[in-house]
Design a binder for this molecule. Structure first.
Ligand code: ATP
Ligand code: MG
Length: 419
């Protein structure tokens, strides 16, 4: 059966060549920054019970209302491809009793996520995020540390024109009082609001700050601001986060209209944007979620974390690509006889076991073609395996020496040590 070509689904892409090595470099940077700060890697399943996100991310969010890839398994259970990483990490924290570990428990991930969105540059249906979560401490230093780590990653990836916006949503107590105040204000201006915003006055009035509807934006300019209604502990917490960022010279802009698209945030929220990105300007963001673990059925456990989009870091970043690891040894066949191939194959594997990066011809090329391939790879050592002997060529200095094939690895290692 042959037929028409099958393409990757809309909003998805293949990672190839330079993109793949650039991502590997980003991952290495992230690992070094985060593990250097005590974060440990976590991997959670690609799909979870739908209930986890409905409860964890929040029924009133865009993610749960319209962006989830949800399906039923053969047993009739509702499952969802993970749209974000914080709820799964909290689920794992509770499931594995991690509250017994030394606090804060610091976890990081780099994984793919899925949202049913309108695909465009910087916005995909399968995309990758690097994220970090610290669970078990409400110390403002945890907030500041977490923000500084993302800032460092963006700097190392040379993401240009980065801006940091920062705010506090307060604790649920101070928020509920403010919520009523805001609801009263929104109802008084209902006629000028977008339909969508009006529909969410009861469920999630704060999202009105995020609306792109001109009428709503005009109304919101005069709306009461949560930041001005924090209770004294929340205000003090926010002041400490800011002063720690000042200590390490991280510039930020306090933005009282910043509300993040997830329901679980409390106190600190922040977002890094890059002006190099155009419309999809968010590079990464996060905040504190002091009630989420409890909502997942765990013990009361404060949390703080962020996630940043890998594709957007790549788009706005300018980190030089990592040079590919050089090939040190090329094993060439003088003739294609099976015995010669066997000796060459054994040599190839012996070299690799000794930690030498090695290749051999797998394309049935002539000896001349093989030597051309070796030259194109920029290989220093070429072993030419013949029926009776092997010759080792050192292209640096042009020496050529006949030897037993099992002496080649030793000779290459010795030459390396001499450098
Ligand atoms: P946006 O406002 O762009 O929709 P968001 O608020 O939905 O972003 P978060 O849920 O906070 O984003 O995710 C953190 C980061 O993940 C974003 O800052 C962005 O870099 C990236 N991201 C989110 N959705 C997508 C997507 N569909 N495609 C690519 N990257 C994404
Ligand atoms: Mg979004």
């Amino acid at each position: 059966m042959s037929g028409s070509k099958i393409k990757a689904p809309r909003g998805t892409f293949d990672v190839l060549g330079e993109q793949a090595s650039a991502r590997a470099m980003l991952e290495a940077r992230a690992r070094s920054i985060l593990e250097g700060a005590g974060y440990e890697r976590i991997e959670t399943p690609v799909f979870e019970a739908t209930e986890l996100f409905a409860r964890g991310v929040g029924e009133s969010t865009d993610i749960v209302r319209k962006e989830m890839f949800t399906f039923q398994d053969a047993g009739g259970r509702s499952l969802t491809l993970r749209p974000e990483g914080t709820a799964p990490v909290c689920r794992a924290y509770v499931e594995h009793g991690m509250h017994k570990l030394r606090r804060p428990v610091k976890l990081w991930y780099l994984s793919s996520f899925f949202r049913h969105e309108r695909a465009q540059a910087g916005r995909y249906r399968q995309f990758w995020q690097v994220g970090a979560e610290a669970l078990g401490s409400e110390d403002p230093a945890v907030d500041a540390e977490s923000i500084v780590l993302l800032s460092r990653l963006l700097a190392e990836m040379r993401v240009s024109d980065v801006r940091l916006r920062l705010s506090s949503l307060g604790s649920p107590e101070s928020r509920s009082e403010y919520r009523e105040r805001l609801q009263t204000y929104l109802r008084a201006h209902e006629d000028s609001l977008a339909e969508e915003v009006r529909a969410r006055i009861d469920l999630n009035p704060l999202r009105a700050f995020d609306s792109e509807h001109p009428g709503t934006q005009r109304v919101m300019q005069g709306a009461p601001r949560l930041l001005e209604h924090l209770n004294s502990e929340d205000a003090e917490h926010f002041a400490q986060v800011r002063s720690l960022l000042d200590v390490v010279n991280i510039p930020y802009e306090v933005d009282s209209t910043l509300v993040r698209g997830l329901d679980y945030y409390t106190r600190t929220v922040f977002e890094f944007t890059s002006d190099a990105l155009g419309a999809q300007s968010g590079v990464g963001g996060g905040g504190r979620y002091d009630r989420l673990v409890e909502q997942m059925g765990g013990p009361p456990t404060p949390g703080m974390g962020w996630a940043a989009g890998i594709e957007r870091i790549m788009l706005a970043g300018d980190a030089p690509p990592a040079a590919p690891a050089p090939v040190e040894l090329f094993v060439a066949l003088e003739d294609p006889h099976a015995d010669v191939r066997a000796v060459a194959f054994a040599l190839l594997n012996e070299a690799r076991s000794a930690g030498i990066s090695a290749r051999m011809d797998l394309g049935g090329r002539s000896l001349k073609g093989q030597l051309g391939h070796a030259a194109a790879l920029g290989v220093r050592f070429v072993a030419i395996v013949g029926r009776n002997q092997t010759t080792l060529k050192d292209t640096q200095g042009g020496r050529q020496e006949p030897m037993a094939s099992d002496a080649v690895v030793h000779a290459v290692l010795r030459a390396h040590r001499a450098v």
